[in-house]
Design a protein around this ligand. Structure first.
Ligand code: IMP
Length: 542
């Protein structure tokens, strides 16, 4: 008997006769009583319909109650990931860098200040000398740093009164012991603070000078513009800026010990916008009290509390006043918490559970740790996160602290957990009185705690340190200024495949059950990776 087929023109109509769509809704996917805890690799999103270009996809997302970023990317507060250079680059590119606290409060505050002072194209921390420095000092800077156009202020620092500038020509044929007061150019072309980059560029071009010092109304030196940087100045349309001050957003981490209140005061004076309370288990009375104290003392400061992985933990911190929550325990690439402590939660389940709860209160979630590729970012957002926090993925970039070196023929940078013995030891030395604020404080013997007042007998060095992280290296990833745009465009393409035009529409679609998921078996995961090749090269972007 000949088979009869339905009329192809009725295919869309016929779909409606099915009681449910392909795949699973997010609540079916994340039913941990059935599936257990899931990681990002355990599931996929099903494709939707494309009727717009990927470049139309809007990646704007809320990361705290009052802060919206144009891209959902945050760098971890780790001493091999985020110092001022990374924080500036992340903010310029539409994300955020959280400056680590494994350093003295003063050093951390100086980094916050550098982010707040940063104006694209202007050098806000240039080398400055005083009139009493000598020609030899300039020659020394030239040998070390490769330039010798140096502003001279009365006190030899940024903020001092600008009295001259020294250039290569000024010191040519001069005795190295000559004071700069005798050689410096005092006929200065300057520009006033607040000038735009393009106006400053015009002055530089017309004056034919190599450097343009920027001064405030009292003649104090503020920043410098260099002709050699003219061509390099890019524009950053996605930059994360405080809408009031128009300065880049600055974020930094602190602990929850009493001394961290003093640290935070310094950071706030430096212009901090967002503080991240850095703890591997955030549901503690110390953190609850710290959140309450911060909200009472600095009501305008956004507080990201954490880390949490359950609704119960989240509820305590939301009730205390947290403006955002950092989610993850044991998912980080350098992390051995789950192994050593037997405590934690698979990251996809943790992100879903906490987001599902905290989004009801308008408190966004940051999915922290375990992000290894663009797909993981998209999955974290699908599960309700407002942004992802990345350590290992960014540690190999030029903007991460530390120098490149070669390991087994590969160009690498060091990357280590903040709970590794190496990081804890360095932190102890760097912050001495503040050392108790470590994210992974070493447990102390009961007698040590009881006798804290008699520290003469129980020195910090005798505490048993239990590592929760490892120390290693990651491969060179080039500049964050190329890598982050790759993540951004990658997310746009992924959302286009899902058929949604924005992160907001994506999360709405997930909640309403229109965006569908599929679980991946172990063999599905093998199938989804490269397989069956003799050898291959994996280039991710060009
Ligand atoms: P990654 O992006 O997978 O490399 O994970 C980075 C995240 O791991 C950080 O943002 C922290 O939340 C977490 N982390 C940092 N240091 C440690 C550690 O020593 N043990 C456990 N987790 C850590």
């Amino acid at each position: 008997m000949p088979q009869t087929y339905l009329d192809p023109k009725t295919a869309l109509e016929h779909l409606k006769s099915y009681s449910r769509s392909d795949g699973l809704s997010v609540s079916e996917l994340m039913d941990s009583k059935v599936q257990g805890g899931l990681t990002y690799n355990d599931f996929l999103l099903l494709p939707g319909k494309i009727d717009f270009p990927a470049s139309d996809v809007v990646t704007e997302s809320r990361i705290t109650r009052n802060v919206v970023l144009k891209t959902p990317f945050i760098s971890s507060p780790m001493d091999t990931v985020t110092e001022s250079e990374m924080a500036i680059a992340m903010a310029l590119l539409g994300g955020l860098g959280v400056i680590h606290h494994n350093q003295s409060p003063e050093a951390q505050a100086a980094m916050v200040r550098a982010v707040k002072r940063h104006e694209n194209g202007f050098i806000s921390d240039p080398v400055v000398l005083s009139p009493t420095h000598i020609v030899e000092d300039v020659l020394d800077i030239k040998a070390r740093l490769g330039f010798c156009g140096i502003p001279i202020t009365d006190n030899g620092a940024v903020g001092g009164k600008l009295v001259g500038i020294v250039t290569a020509r000024d010191i040519q044929f001069r005795d190295p012991s000559t004071p700069l007061s005798e050689v410096m150019t005092t006929d200065l072309v300057t520009a006033q603070q607040g000038i735009t980059l393009s106006e400053a560029n015009d002055i530089l071009r017309d004056s034919k000078k190599g450097k343009l010092p920027i001064v405030n109304s009292s003649g104090q030196f503020i920043s410098l513009l260099a002709r050699s940087d003219l061509l390099k100045n890019q524009s950053y349309p996605l930059a994360s800026k405080n809408p009031q001050s128009k300065q880049l957003y600055a974020a930094a981490a602190v602990g929850t010990r009493p001394s961290d209140r003093d640290r935070l005061t310094l950071l706030v004076e430096a212009g901090l916008d967002i503080v991240v309370l850095d703890s591997s288990q955030g549901n503690s009375i110390y953190q609850i009290e710290m959140v309450q104290w911060i909200k009472a003392t600095y009501p305008k400061l956004e507080v990201i509390a954490g880390n949490v992985v359950t609704r119960e933990q989240a509820a305590s911190l939301i009730a205390a006043g947290a403006d955002g929550l950092r989610v993850g325990m044991g998912s980080g690439s350098i992390c051995i918490t789950q192994e050593v402590m037997a405590v934690g939660r698979p990251q996809a389940t943790a992100v879903y559970a906490v987001s599902e709860f905290s989004n009801k209160f308008g408190v966004p979630v940051i999915a922290d740790g375990g992000i290894g590729n663009v797909g993981h970012i998209v999955k974290a957002i699908a599960l309700g996160a407002g942004a992802v926090m990345m350590g290992g993925l960014l540690a190999g970039t030029e903007e991460a602290p530390g120098e490149y070196f070669y390991h087994e023929g590969k160009r690498v940078k060091a990357y280590r957990g903040m709970g590794s013995l190496e990081a804890m030891e360095q932190g102890q030395a760097a912050k001495s009185s503040n050392q108790k604020s470590s994210k992974y404080p070493a447990p102390k013997k009961a007698s040590t705690v009881e006798n804290a007042a008699t520290s003469r007998y129980f020195s910090e060095s005798s505490a048993v340190k239990v590592a929760q992280g490892v120390s290693g290296d990651v491969q060179d990833k080039g500049s964050v200024k190329a890598f982050l745009p790759y993540l951004y465009v990658g997310v746009q393409h992924s959302l286009q495949d899902v058929g949604v035009r924005s992160i907001a529409a994506f999360q709405k679609g997930v909640q309403e059950g229109a965006v569908r998921f599929e679980l991946r078996t172990a063999s599905a995961q093998i199938e989804g990776g490269v397989h069956g090749l003799n050898s291959y090269t994996k280039r991710l972007f060009a």
